[in-house]
Design a protein around this ligand. Sequence first.
Ligand code: NAP
Length: 281
Amino acid sequence: MLGSEVAAECDRLELNHLCTDMEVDISDPLALREFTEGKDIGWIINCAAYTAVDRAEEETDLAFRINATGAGNVAKSARRIGARMLHISTDYVFDGTKGAPYLPDDKPNPVSAYGRSKFEGEKQVFANFPDAAMVRTAWLYGVIGANFVTTMLRLMGSRSELKVVDDQLGSPTLALDLARAIVVMVNSGREVKGTYHFTNSGETTWFGFASEIYKLASRTGHARQELKLTPIATAGNPTPAARPAYSVLDCARIEEEFGITPRPWEKALSDHIAHLAEASK
Ligand SMILES: NC(=O)c1ccc[n+]([C@@H]2O[C@H](COP(=O)([O-])OP(=O)(O)OC[C@H]3O[C@@H](n4cnc5c(N)ncnc54)[C@H](OP(=O)(O)O)[C@@H]3O)[C@@H](O)[C@H]2O)c1
């Protein structure tokens, strides 16, 4: 999802870039060495990850192999070839008990296997490449790949009732907006180092997010008019992986250093749904 948006943004700005997917397995140092050697690479942007949050409770070794060892391998490769590196991490490294937006330097305390694997990845990236940059994001959705908006739109076209949790707070983030921020950072010519946060601005619950999707999709004719949306509590509807109850990220650093002002999540969502409606004509 994010990688394809970063590639599209590089295309749009006519920046030289190479994209890889599973054919360069980041958990395989040899594959990374073969891919990177002999190329003039200025930046490596690592969007590759194991992202199945619930499945990671069962496939914990695999999640760590990709999100921790794999991220460390990418950092080693970047350092070996003299490239800079930007790595992506997640709000799920936090436990959600702070009750105020998380700062980049707040102490992670993940509550799921996925969160632990991503936190271990953060540590391995900086251990292998102290000058690396990292951007934590949250609640990502976009055109490509499985995500909350795509799932909701599919269900809203077929179901008469949807129950959505209303006690986890976060900031929905359009992958396109994050991709643009990443490209601004790496293309800025300025120092890009350490931990940043980027999400769209504002906060809501998954129920609030679903309600906004429903409102917008009703306008474009992509939702049933008689749909009933019901807010539910996480406690009565447990998932295999625990999620932070509050994972809003403070994005002041990226704004101060790069002049990147995230737009409100409702505006980004509205543009995204309009784009999907246009594309489906
Ligand atoms: N999605 C969210 O809500 C969210 C929220 C916060 C942070 N993030 C972070 O944002 C980043 C981008 O996430 P995303 O949503 O764009 O994820 P995504 O759509 O799942 O993309 C991850 C990509 O990595 C590939 N991949 C998996 N294992 C790999 C390996 N060993 N070597 C090379 N590529 C591999 C996947 O391939 P396959 O599809 O073939 O497995 C997939 O194409 C990740 O670091 C994620 O942790 C995501």
